[in-house]
Design a protein around this ligand. Structure first.
Ligand code: SAM
Length: 292
């Protein structure tokens, strides 16, 4: 066996579009493994066929991972070399894999990374935003109110933020980012990385939201959104509301859903602050972020 030793788990990254990105080491490992645990066996089957790899496949997806992990661990304990792959990119990164890795670690098995493509890191590396410290947020909540609450919580975060998003939600997601993180925040949207229609859009969050609304192609294909972190002097509501950000955290999502007066009234009750104060702050926020 060239590259896959018995009784080990190999966590193998696969291409996020361009098949040329499957590393030689990944190919050798997949070839030499006894079994490949794949998120979707048909999808990975096509990849293996392309590379002439005949290793058997077993499915490991979010609905069967917990129950299948012990069985795979026992096969590795009995000497099998197993590779773990997802549909694209690095397993475990907004993809199945964590439960199997955890079970293998608990059993004391060797776990070897075969690193390669990851859309989040690829987008970050070309976004032109600070890369020294960053925060991977994966997918934001699909429901708008929950997404806005999460973004309001993230507003004071100084590290660069990296999000995955599905194309049918990216327009409203960017609107919410402009509202929650600040419309002037520099950001980038990387679309279809490594593929034919690869495009990188740069601009402020409000400019990107406007482009997403105006250009049909913007919301086609796979997308990563990268947003700058809060600047040191940026007012993200952390102190400007006079309550350490607690009032803003409640007010912002309410303002997005309700008339100003009603939002201020509810926020005053939830954050336990005076009604006039909440109303004044609501007016300030509305002026700063515009009508949601
Ligand atoms: N494990 C994968 C990785 O390492 O990148 C991510 C899997 S996650 C289910 C899929 C999301 O990754 C997509 O919705 C999109 O946000 C992002 N993505 C994957 N491939 C991409 C590509 N070629 N270009 C841009 N974004 C991509």
């Amino acid at each position: 066996m060239t590259n896959a030793r018995a009784g080990r788990l190999y966590v193998v990254a696969t291409p996020i579009g361009n098949l040329g990105d499957l590393s030689v080491r990944a190919r050798d490992t997949l070839q030499a493994s006894n079994l490949i645990a794949a998120e979707d066996t048909r999808h990975t089957g096509a990849l293996l066929k392309h590379f002439g790899i005949q290793t058997p496949l077993v499915s490991l997806h979010e609905h069967n991972e917990l129950e299948r992990a012990p069985e795979l661990v026992s096969r590795m304990q009995n000497g099998a070399a197993i590779s773990l792959v997802s549909d694209a990119g690095t397993p475990g990164i907004s993809d199945p894999g964590f439960d199997l890795v955890r079970a293998a670690a608990a059993a004391g098995l060797d776990i070897i990374a075969i690193p390669g493509p990851c859309a989040a890191l690829a987008a970050l590396s070309i976004a032109g935003l600070p890369t020294d410290r960053f925060c991977f947020e994966g997918f934001l909540p699909a429901r708008r109110a929950a997404r806005r609450t999460r973004l309001t919580e993230l507003a004071p975060e100084p590290r660069t933020l990296v999000f995955y998003e599905s194309p049918h939600r990216v327009r409203e997601m960017l609107e919410d980012c402009a509202l929650g993180l600040g419309s002037a925040r520099p950001a980038a949207v990387a679309r279809e990385i490594t593929k034919l229609h690869e495009t990188l859009y740069r601009g402020s969050l409000s400019q990107l939201a406007a482009r997403a609304a105006a250009e049909a192609d913007f919301a086609r294909g796979e997308i990563v959104v990268v947003a700058a972190g809060a600047a040191p002097d940026e007012d993200t509501g952390g102190g400007a509301d006079g309550h350490g950000g607690a009032l803003d955290r409640v007010l912002k999502p309410l303002l997005a859903e309700l008339p100003l007066k009603q939002a201020a009234h509810l926020a005053a009750q939830i954050a336990a602050v005076g009604g006039n104060e909440a109303y004044k702050r609501a007016l300030q926020l509305k002026q700063a972020y515009g009508a949601p």
